[in-house]
Design a protein around this ligand. Structure first.
Ligand code: FES
Length: 127
């Protein structure tokens, strides 16, 4: 059994220590807001916060997490927000376009990068 702190609650999960955190979150804990996209740390669909840092959970063996605090999209806000954007705004309340481009490395098949940038600027006005 591995103890995990997820969204402020402790979960004891029965998983192999080398199982990616993504699959433990989705299949064992049932927090399916964290998505599978590529499985190779490229797309960002699986992003969670580990001790406040945006992290691609498909590349994190669950046995390496220990007592670190995991926050999933379900824990971020009732209606969900972007994990990487929330992490960026926590570190930099007024990011420039370049700051946003550097932090928002998620791959979006719809190509909405301009809208993502505009949304983060709008959110920063209310931070
Ligand atoms: S699933 Fe694409 S980065 Fe993890």
């Amino acid at each position: 059994m591995i103890a995990l702190s997820i969204n402020g609650k402790t979960y004891n999960v029965d998983a192999e220590s080398d199982t990616p955190l993504l699959w433990v979150l989705r299949d064992t804990v049932g927090l399916v807001g964290t998505k599978y996209g590529c499985g190779i740390a490229q797309c960002g669909a699986c992003t969670v916060h580990i001790n406040g840092v945006a992290t691609r959970s498909c590349q994190v063996p669950v046995g390496t997490v220990g007592s670190k605090q995991i926050t999933t999209i379900e824990g971020l806000a009732e209606n969900g927000k972007m994990m990487a954007a929330a992490s960026l705004l926590k570190q930099n309340a007024k990011p420039t376009d370049a700051d946003i481009d550097a932090a928002m490395t998620n791959i979006c098949r719809c190509g909405t990068y301009q809208r993502v940038r505009a949304a983060i600027h709008a959110a920063s006005e209310h931070a």
